[in-house]
Design a protein around this ligand. Structure first.
Ligand code: 26Q
Length: 824
């Protein structure tokens, strides 16, 4: 576009940093509201949010531009984090914190008799992700900005994010999340960097005058990719990195022939088709196999991002790619963007005219892959016929990659055809499939899991053959979470208390939090810690009252499980325990009782029936318990609708007990576990994912461990007999009876039969009943521990004090030291 040229030729004047005092903030806020937006102070509060966002955004702009031009000037090596999901949540409050403007902004807003909190909560969450993997990407971006790492995020600007979950008669209803409806002050559209993405068509081979063959991909249906940039501010360090999200658009506004022939709707059809690509996030957090539109989304992201990096490279390096691998590295967030391996080959060979070997060298020096799952059924595969139809040139390249790879395998293990079949990127059968994880491993120089156990299980199990071939590629990078959002921003009361004791360096470097260990026995400090926790519990209680009309008493133990609803995460185990507590109350077994408020939240994939029935069960059990006067304050249960980033900001500061109870060997890492720990919750958990590392950090006396270990799970599975377990455990027998006699579903005959059947099935992969006794016993220890207030507060402080390792700052430093090697 010519626009780009014009701008480049202009000499930009030095930008001045805008004043940040109360008067200037208030003045700009008022000016934006009245003169820019044309509103006044009695308007809809959304406009107040918009005006304040623009006020704050102005104060980011200069650093945003300088951050990028500094990287360019220094010619630094850069990393690109490619992810189908960035679950960033709200932005305004986070930027205010990062800029150090909390007090001044509050004061500026107060001048108009408004409260900052009211304005901040007007912002819609950017729900551009399902759960852990998407939120991890957002925390990574935050930490890279904090560490001044030159990292760009590449993702998709979904028109509709994660669905909103409503609860009706106990059932989940999905409502579309049209988050961009009111406009988004945090994005800047850059049409000048538009890319063209090809689909369909066919491939022809041209012979050049020099005799070389050239593949040309013809008669394609093209779609435009338009980038929108979102600023990612570092904590008080004048660094602002970029998250670049692609939006799809039609190449031509509409077909003029159709239009002139009077068929208006046909004329706009192609436009609609193109725009559908980035219309909606797939609300499935384990792979939704075979959906054509999902494959289009994945290629759209990979191709647009790679072309964008190539564009920037060519601008400076004049189309010379010999140094490309020294200066660039791509981190692929799971297999979702791994078509990038084939796409970078296509760009280098077909468009930059490189030889296969040169191109492959660049590819395998720039691509890195992170795995996030141990469930074999969640490994992505795409049917070859679909690939052929949508991306014919990419399929050719994948076949060539595979042919060369299988030659390597046969040289390493001569005659072992079984191995070749097992390791092939193409799964043979009536219908052939492309195995995306294998493509990722073959094309990458680094393959990592997200917690120590997970990475070990990948090498020993799922990817064993590949580990034997290339042990040097495999490594672990234990996840983390950002302490800025999850402590400093979400828990200001606790943050002030910590800062008073140890200074505020922990916000930048969470390693410093270990200094709190000195204060665990300080009883005055402990009392204040307890008081802060209680305030935070009141915030949960208010939320629960508001959304569920259930009364949580802040003197009770707040027992929380919030995460996607999944069989392997075992919300059912939690419910069985709640029913058991109810049963104890009903039979009068309440001596030395600890009052409990149990909170469960999370979304079920719309097509995941048993997960949706679990939500219904939780709500039905809650109904019985919360309306039984004999139960009273001893036990409360609530299901919080529409669990999201902004809900977690309220929930994690007030939680006492963090439920991390997956079947061992199934949860890759977990990250909610870390958010809770940082905020002084104690964990009840299995020996799984990052729980193990949390347990190591806090010690066994500060963690409620229970259940089978990963290696025991496999052994127990061989002769698992749920019926016998039920019959030999009186408590469990009573719980199962209450479930199956319809106590929680009178007038709703049979609705929980599937759940009961799956618990009682000897083939139950999640072995829920196998861990029941051990879980209940651990809960008894929890209840007892909570009665000793001083002891509990000590554990709480100790958990926070040991959470330094779980900052994404540490995670990013490890990615950088071992994989990216950005020389800063
Ligand atoms: C794939 C294909 C088609 C449609 C959807 C998908 C899809 C989308 C999202 C598959 C998986 C996901 C998300 C997975 C996820 O969130 N995994 C979690 O990642 C966290 C961060 O590493 C870990 O802490 C969790 O243990 C892991 O479950």
């Amino acid at each position: 576009m010519s626009m780009e040229k014009t701008l480049c030729n202009l000499k930009m004047p030095e930008m001045q940093r805008l004043p940040r005092d109360i008067e200037s903030l208030a003045g700009d806020f008022e000016r934006y509201l009245t003169r820019h937006l044309g509103r006044f102070f009695g308007c809809m509060p959304f406009y107040l949010y918009e005006a304040l966002s623009l006020t704050i955004r102005d104060r980011i702009m200069m650093d945003w531009r300088n951050t990028w031009t500094d990287y360019e000037k220094k010619g630094v090596r850069k990393a690109y984090y490619m992810s189908m999901e960035f679950l960033i949540g709200r932005s305004l409050g986070n930027h205010i914190l990062n800029l150090g403007l909390t007090e001044n902004t509050e004061a500026a807003i107060n001048k108009f008799a408004l409260r900052l909190e009211e304005i901040i909560t007007e912002e819609q969450d950017a729900g551009l992700g399902n759960g852990g993997l998407g939120r991890l990407a957002a925390c990574f971006m935050d930490s890279c900005a904090n560490l001044k790492l030159p990292v760009v995020g590449y993702g998709i600007r979904y028109e509709y994010g994660m669905f909103r979950q409503d609860i009706e008669n106990g059932y989940q209803l999905e409502e579309p999340d049209h988050w961009l409806q009111g406009g988004n002050p945090w994005e800047l559209k850059h049409p000048e960097y538009t890319q063209v993405i090809k689909f369909g068509g066919h491939v022809e081979i041209n012979v050049e005058p020099d005799g070389r063959k050239r593949h040309v991909w013809l008669d394609t249906a093209d779609v435009l990719a338009i980038p929108y940039d979102i600023p990612v501010s570092g904590y008080k360090n004048n660094t602002v990195n970029t998250l670049r999200l692609w939006s799809a658009d039609a190449t031509n506004v509409f077909n003029l022939d159709d239009f002139n022939a009077g068929s208006y709707s046909e004329a706009v059809e192609s436009k609609n088709d193109a725009e559908h690509i980035t219309m909606v996030l797939y609300p499935n957090d384990s792979s939704e196999n075979g959906k054509e539109l999902r494959l289009k989304q994945q290629y759209f992201l990979a191709s647009a991002s790679l072309q964008d990096v190539f564009r920037m490279w060519s601008l400076n390096e004049n189309n010379n790619f010999t140094q490309f691998a020294e200066q660039n590295v791509f981190q692929m967030n799971d297999t979702h963007p791994t078509i990038a391996v084939a796409e970078i080959m296509r760009l280098l060979i077909d468009e930059k005219h490189m030889s296969w070997d040169e191109a492959w060298k660049i590819t395998t020096q720039t691509m890195a892959y992170t795995n996030h799952t141990l469930l074999p059924e969640a490994l992505e595969k795409w049917s070859v016929p679909l690939f052929e139809k949508l991306l014919p040139r990419l399929l050719q390249i994948i076949y060539e990659i595979n042919a060369r790879f299988l030659k390597l395998v046969s040289r390493k293990w001569p005659g072992d055809t079984g191995k070749q079949i097992r390791m092939s990127i193409i799964e043979e059968g009536d219908v052939k499939y492309v195995r995306m994880a294998y493509l990722a491993i073959v094309g990458s120089f680094s393959v990592n899991g997200v917690a120590a156990l997970h990475s070990r299980l990948l090498a020993d199990g799922l990817f064993r053959d590949f580990y034997e071939l290339w042990p040097e590629k495999f490594n672990n990078k234990t996840n983390g979470v950002t302490p800025r959002r999850w402590m400093a921003y979400a828990n200001p009361a606790m943050s002030s208390l910590i800062t008073e004791k140890i200074g505020d360096e922990w916000i930048r470097d969470l390693g410093e939090i270990s200094q709190l260990k000195k204060h665990v026995n300080d009883s005055v400090f402990a009392e204040r810690w307890f008081a802060v926790k209680k305030e935070n519990k009141q915030r949960i209680a208010d939320l629960v009252k508001d959304e569920c009309n259930i009364d949580f008493d802040t003197n009770a133990l707040f027992d929380v499980q919030v995460k996607r609803i999944h069989e392997y995460k075992r919300q059912m185990l939690n419910i069985l325990h709640v029913i058991h507590l109810y049963d104890r109350i009903k039979r009068g077994d309440t001596e030395n009782w600890t009052n409990r408020c149990v909170l469960i939240g999370g979304k079920a994939a719309p097509g995941y029936q048993i997960a949706k029935q679990t939500i219904k069960l939780i709500n039905n059990v809650a109904d019985v318990i919360d309306n039984d006067p004999q139960v009273g304050d001893r036990l409360k249960l609530a299901f919080i609708p529409n669990y999201s980033v902004s809900k977690m900001e309220i929930i994690c500061p007030g939680t006492d007990l963090s439920e991390q109870i997956s079947t061992a060997g199934k949860e890759a890492s977990g990250t909610g576990n870390m958010k809770f720990m940082m905020n002084g919750a104690v964990t009840i958990g299995t020996y799984d994912g990052a729980n193990i590392e949390i347990l190591d950090a806090v010690g066994e006396e500060n963690f409620f461990l229970f259940g089978l270990k990963a290696d025991e799970v496999d052994k127990v599975r061989a002769d698992y007999n749920p019926e016998q377990i039920v019959n030999s455990d009186e408590d469990l027998k009573r719980v199962m009876h209450l479930l199956s006699c319809g106590h929680f579903n009178s007038f709703e005959y049979g609705i929980f039969d599937r759940i009961i059947d799956s618990l009682m099935n000897p083939q139950d992969p999640w072995l829920t009943l196998a861990d029941f006794r051990s879980y209940v016993d651990a809960q008894v220890r929890v209840s007892r521990a909570y009665l000793d207030r001083a002891g509990w507060v000590k554990m709480s402080i100790h958990n926070t004090a040991c959470s330094g390792y779980f900052s994404t700052d540490r995670t990013m430093q490890e990615y950088n030291a071992d994989i990216w090697k950005l020389n800063i």
